[in-house]
Design a protein around this ligand. Structure first.
Ligand code: HEC
Ligand code: HEC
Length: 291
């Protein structure tokens, strides 16, 4: 990556980082408040509180590994549907979805019960719902085949107990449209490189909420192609925005869904985010030209 990008992006960060810390603090406090309510199972009359089911599971002998086929089908569903709220590693996105890794519900139910749960989800007014955030039926997909249901249950079992996860090939998000083929031949090769890199990064960190080709997903992230907000921001301001996100407590939030800092992927560097912006700006421009 060229150095002038890093110099550019440094400008916005000092003012921003203290705000990020404030955000982190608020998130910690929220978590601390939410924690006791999340484990009503612990409140029993016995002298020794029983160990949570997910700890018992890991302390015991490993169950048989999940089948490779199921894990591969399940991973595709998980990455494209569930990761938006439960995070790619299943540890949960604050204010969106719970940790599936530390889920006693998952640890103490068989596959049939988990499949039944996924078909129904858990509405916010369900007595079992502790977060007052709905878990949509099929995680928001219209439906799932029997094989997909079996696969996604197998995959989350592997996330909860990694001893059961077969060794999977590296995850590559399915390609959407071939944006690179659309780049004008006379485009600055540096810029083309940023766009190519941005497309990959977008597929790994943003697509789960903002959808294919950034057109948005109902109930999750907005369209970034038609976003006037994004169109008006300078690259520096857009970078600062994406690093900070827009929580539901922000008065500018219109969806009542969190935009997590860096889309929930702390590993993204400033250069990575600027590459994503190059990609998004290219999509917006080519769409505006009716391509
Ligand atoms: C739009 C956000 C969202 C999506 C997408 C989503 N979930 Fe959830 N899920 C939630 C929320 C919120 C809860 C917790 C509800 C509550 O408070 O009980 C939850 C709960 C769960 C639970 C129960 C955990 C427990 O300990 O009670 C499982 C299992 C689960 N989800 C699996 C999945 C799978 C698998 C997918 C993908 C097919 C998925 N979810 C997609 C939001 C989501
Ligand atoms: C967990 C879901 C989620 C992920 C992942 C996510 N976003 Fe968002 N994003 C949202 C939501 C929800 C909003 C709208 C918040 C609101 O109501 O204002 C949003 C808003 C935005 C906006 C402002 C759009 C506007 O018109 O107000 C930008 C820009 C943006 N996201 C960029 C990104 C980028 C870039 C990534 C990947 C690095 C990303 N987002 C990942 C959920 C997500």
């Amino acid at each position: 990556m060229s150095t002038n990008r890093s110099e550019n992006s440094g400008v916005a960060s000092p003012a921003f980082s203290s705000r990020a810390r404030e955000f982190g603090k608020a998130a910690l406090i929220a978590l601390a408040l939410a924690a006791p309510a999340a484990y009503p199972v612990w409140v029993t009359a016995t002298a020794e509180p029983p160990r949570p089911a997910h700890e018992v599971l890991l302390a015991g002998a490993a169950l048989p590994p999940v089948a490779m086929d199921d894990a591969l089908v399940g991973r595709e569903i998980f990455m494209t549907t569930c990761a938006a709220c439960h995070k790619v590693d299943g540890t949960g996105v604050p204010n969106l979805g719970k940790s599936l890794v530390k889920s006693d519900f998952l640890a103490s139910r068989d596959d049939a019960a988990m499949e039944a749960f996924l078909t129904k989800g858990r509405p916010a007014d369900d007595p079992m719902n502790t977060t007052r955030i709905p878990m949509p039926p099929y995680g928001g997909r219209t439906t799932m085949s029997a094989g997909e249901l079996r696969g996604v249950v197998a995959f989350v079992r592997g996330l909860q107990d990694p001893r059961r996860m077969p060794s999977l090939p590296e995850y590559v998000a399915a390609p959407t449209r071939d944006v690179l083929a659309e780049l004008p031949k006379d485009m600055d090769p540096e810029e083309a490189k940023y766009i190519a890199s941005g497309q990959k990064l977008f597929a790994n960190s943003c697509v789960s909420c903002h959808g294919k080709d950034a057109h948005g997903m109902t109930g999750l992230g907005k369209s970034l192609v038609t976003s006037e907000f994004l169109a008006k921001l300078s690259d520096d301001d857009a970078l600062a925005f994406i690093k900070k996100g827009r929580s539901t407590s922000d008065p500018l939030n219109t969806t009542k869904v969190d935009m997590p800092p860096k889309g929930g992927n702390p590993a993204l560097s400033d250069d990575d985010i600027l590459d994503i912006l190059s990609f998004l700006r290219f999509l917006a421009k080519s769409e505006a030209q009716g391509k």
